[in-house]
Design a protein around this ligand. Structure first.
Ligand SMILES: *[C@@H]1O[C@H](CO)[C@@H](O)[C@H](O)[C@H]1NC(C)=O
Ligand SMILES: *[C@@H]1O[C@H](CO)[C@@H](O)[C@H](O)[C@H]1NC(C)=O
Ligand SMILES: [Zn+2]
Length: 347
């Protein structure tokens, strides 16, 4: 095994690059993430050395304000997300639309950030950035400020490594999607909820993606290698269940399995007092969330990363900074970094 002592090593020995058949769809179907769980040096590097928990807290502080759809604070948070990612070199595209709601027409904006917009394939990490309107002053720490801050922290800590990966194999980009209007504006129904994700799933399902190398006609939706959707994260001792999104396959969800193995590897190389979060509990039901519209339109490669049962302060004013456990959050940031490195086939 090679020895790595610094970031440079990650650069030099980055990736496996398999020469594909020419059509990225085949490469997507045959994709095998690397397994970094036995590689102590890389686990330490990606887990600890690249970790900047102060960076995470700074992002969180900037978004932990009420962010109801259409409000000034919502625009502030939107600009913070966009500015942070642009400064790091990511390309932003916006999906903006106005839609009727029980409170009248409202404007919505999904934010999509690609490190390399020219890549046909996208590994997507996503969360919603709006907050519940029905409780004045609600800041939604777990719902979903922590996931959003985790995504910004991932970009802050991993952009350089992702760029090295892209230099060798430009066909697969990390992408971050920030959904608007996840929450009901009045009370949750299939119409009054999931505004942003419903629109983006529809849009990507409708839009043809021009690609010269493949014979099949493909849509923007086909570009999604995987959708990792995070929600209700940040409380102590959470339980994560494996949701089975592919009805043809009753095996465990492979993305859940990756995270489960990464957590075990961290317990081995970077011991901590945190309890195991991925315990292999399999659920046959789904939780309605921003992944649902994509699932309904045929996307199978989904990992819904959500605390279940929901945190006890869910949809109350108590879902704030004090509800959070930063040891668990640090652990989840490590897991997310290693997961994305494995998916990008770093080694
Ligand atoms: C906007 O955010 C600030 C904190 O930056 C807060 O004091 C204020 O109450 C928020 N406004 C609304 C309408 O929630
Ligand atoms: C997608 O296509 C359907 C059917 O043509 C159309 O009704 C819908 O408005 C389109 N959605 C978006 C977001 O473009
Ligand atoms: Zn919520």
């Amino acid at each position: 095994m090679m020895t790595c002592h610094n970031l440079l090593c990650l650069t030099l020995f980055s990736l496996v690059f398999t020469i594909g058949s020419g059509c990225w769809l085949d490469d997507q179907t045959n994709h095998v993430p690397t397994d970094l769980t036995l590689n102590e040096e890389l686990v330490l590097l990606l887990g600890l050395e690249l970790g900047h928990e102060l960076n995470f807290k700074e992002h969180l502080q900037n978004i932990l304000i009420p962010r109801t759809v259409g409000s000034e604070n919502h625009t502030l948070v939107q600009n913070y997300i966009i500015g942070t990612l642009q400064d790091l070199g990511w390309s932003i595209s916006l999906d903006q639309f106005t839609q009727d709601t029980p409170l009248g027409p409202r404007p919505f904006t999904n934010i999509i950030a690609d490190l390399n917009p020219a890549s046909p394939r996208r590994m997507i990490i996503a969360a919603h950035y709006d907050t519940l309107t029905s409780i004045g002053g609600f800041v939604g720490a777990t719902d979903a400020a922590v996931p959003v801050a985790m995504m910004l922290n991932l970009a802050s800590t991993m952009t350089k490594s992702f760029q090295d990966a892209l230099a060798i194999r430009p066909d697969l980009t990390p992408s971050l999607v920030f959904f608007d209007g996840e929450e009901a504006l009045k009370s949750w129904t299939s119409e009054d909820s999931l505004y942003g994700s419903t629109h983006l799933a529809d849009l990507w399902h409708n839009q043809t993606y021009e690609n010269l190398d493949c014979h099949e006609t493909t849509s923007q939706m086909d570009r999604m290698d995987v959708l990792v959707l995070m929600d209700l994260l940040g409380t102590p001792d959470p339980d994560f269940q494996s949701f089975q999104f592919d009805s043809e396959d009753d095996g465990p969800n492979p993305y859940y399995g990756m995270m489960d193995a990464i957590e075990e590897s961290l317990d081995h190389f970077i011991p901590s007092d945190t309890k195991s979060m991925f315990n292999g509990l399999q659920s046959s039901s789904h939780v309605q969330d921003d992944c649902t519209p994509f699932w309904n339109l045929g996307l199978k490669r989904i990992h819904h990363w959500i605390t279940r049962p929901f945190p006890s302060m869910w949809h109350t004013l108590g879902d704030n900074w004090d509800a959070l456990d930063f040891d668990y959050i640090q652990r989840m940031n490590m897991i997310l970094r290693i997961f994305t490195a494995e998916y990008m086939q770093m080694q």
